[in-house]
Design a protein around this ligand. Structure first.
Ligand code: FAS
Ligand code: PHB
Length: 388
């Protein structure tokens, strides 16, 4: 087979890139190793930046999000059981959108499926001749071997994908911070405890009250990495959430059976550069953030924005500059989101070495945030998403 862009990975990055390229007249083939149901069942992100919402509209995938998504103008921080609101919309003029990654993946899949993409359940994807002018991809499906010749390869296959592994070690540099705790997430068909998110710093650890709709809640508690899911029956999670989120949130909390429960590790990770010859990395294939700042999915959209612009310029008028600038331009925004996510994680979580002084520093910074419009503006403009 031949196509203009071979996209490895049918998650948000790969699907959004394929759809934007298609609308710009550029053909692509998306290779996904899982089934469509598997990809759409993964419970992940829930908070979209304004620029991500705009990109989904641009891709023609925004209709259901506009109908069913929840625009949010503020976010709450709680410290020592007392919460305060940051008026994100008032401070920045922009809103966030609560809309689950599962839903936007379904919306994108519906669009891409009209072009018989992605190719699901492919195996043994391998990238070839990245440095040449005619790279190609090989893979196996239904027991048969296949090859796709292309002009470009977009590595949208996530942290464990094959694309980043295809870059020779000497060809790049990885930057990493692994956090000494994880997030236990619970999904339940109960109304959220508040109409906006609550991020809580408590001496017992971090907690987050989020949502997927007005009847489906998503909560997280910080747990140590040796915790086992079977040691956290629903009741224990609800009890811990009530303590950490504070009395006001606890009073509004509706308990119910979990429909999904999982523990995710937290890490900061960036691989530079995000390009190797005709291979361009986008999304989790190139970087990971701790979910505290709700940036992971939004950075995938950010990379896709820059890569779509670069590739369409090359086909449009042979411009090379966009492709040559892609990595530096994408990384400039990635590193600012990495910094914000690291800062917010450091502020809100209890670390093993969080001694009495370190705790006082956290409480003092939250108290400063509570009372300073300047500090809240810094938080708000990073949380709602920096401009492209
Ligand atoms: P993805 O990992 O979503 O997609 C990559 C795709 O490539 C997958 O479908 C995979 O099956 C496929 N693939 C992998 N290897 C392949 C191969 N060799 N061949 C073919 N296909 C291959 N972000 C937030 O903003 N908020 C959150 O709360 C949040 N929670 C998260 C929880 C977990 C457990 C994880 C893992 C991530 C979470 N994230 C969160 C981040 C997450 O939303 C990612 O940022 C987002 O999925 C990035 O999208 P992609 O870059 O498309 O990568
Ligand atoms: C979620 O709803 O899953 C969510 C929201 C905000 C975050 C992390 C996760 O920072």
């Amino acid at each position: 087979m031949r196509t203009q862009v071979a996209i490895i990975g049918g998650g948000p990055a790969g699907l959004l890139l394929s759809q934007l390229l298609h609308l710009s007249g550029v053909d692509s083939i998306v290779l996904e190793r899982q089934t469509r149901d598997y990809v759409e069942a993964r419970i992940r992100a829930g908070m979209l930046e304004q620029v991500t919402v705009d990109l989904l509209d641009q891709a023609g995938a925004g209709a259901r999000m506009r109908r069913e998504g929840l625009p949010h103008g503020g976010v709450n921080l709680a410290s020592e059981g007392e919460s305060f609101r940051i008026d994100v919309e008032g401070l920045t003029g922009k809103q966030m959108m609560v809309y689950g990654q599962t839903e936007l993946t379904k919306d994108l899949n519906d669009l891409v499926a009209t072009r018989d993409q992605p190719l699901f359940e492919v195996a043994d994807v391998a990238l070839h001749d990245l440095e040449g002018a005619v790279p190609y991809v090989t893979y196996r499906k239904d027991g048969a071997a296949h090859r796709i010749d292309c002009d470009f390869i977009a590595g949208c296959d996530g942290y464990h994908g094959v694309s980043r592994q295809s870059v020779p070690v000497a060809g790049g540099q990885a930057f990493e911070r692994v956090y000494p705790f994880g997030w236990l997430g619970i999904l339940a068909d109960v109304p959220p405890c508040d109409h906006e998110l609550i991020y809580a710093n408590h001496e017992r650890g971090f907690a987050l009250a989020s949502m997927r709709s007005n009847v489906r809640s998503r909560y997280y508690v910080q747990v140590s990495l040796d915790e086992k899911l079977e040691d956290w029956p629903d009741e224990r999670i609800w009890d811990e959430l009530a303590i950490r989120l504070g009395d006001k949130a606890a009073a509004g909390m509706t308990r119910g059976p979990s429909i999904e429960k999982s523990i995710a590790p937290l890490r900061s990770f960036v691989f530079e550069p995000m390009r190797r010859g005709r291979l361009f990395l986008a999304g989790d294939a190139a970087h990971i953030v701790p979910p505290t700042g709700a940036k992971g999915l939004n950075l995938a959209a950010s990379d896709v924005h820059y890569l779509h612009e670069a590739i369409t310029a090359w086909y449009g008028n042979g411009a090379q500059a966009g492709l040559d600038d892609y990595s530096a331009k994408a990384l400039a925004r990635v590193w600012k989101a990495e910094r914000f996510s690291w800062w917010f994680t450091s502020l809100m979580h209890r670390f093993p070495d969080t001694d009495a002084f370190a705790r006082k520093m956290q409480v003092a910074e939250l108290d400063y945030l509570r009372g300073s419009k300047a500090a809240q503006t810094v938080m708000a403009e990073n949380y709602v998403g920096l401009p492209f």
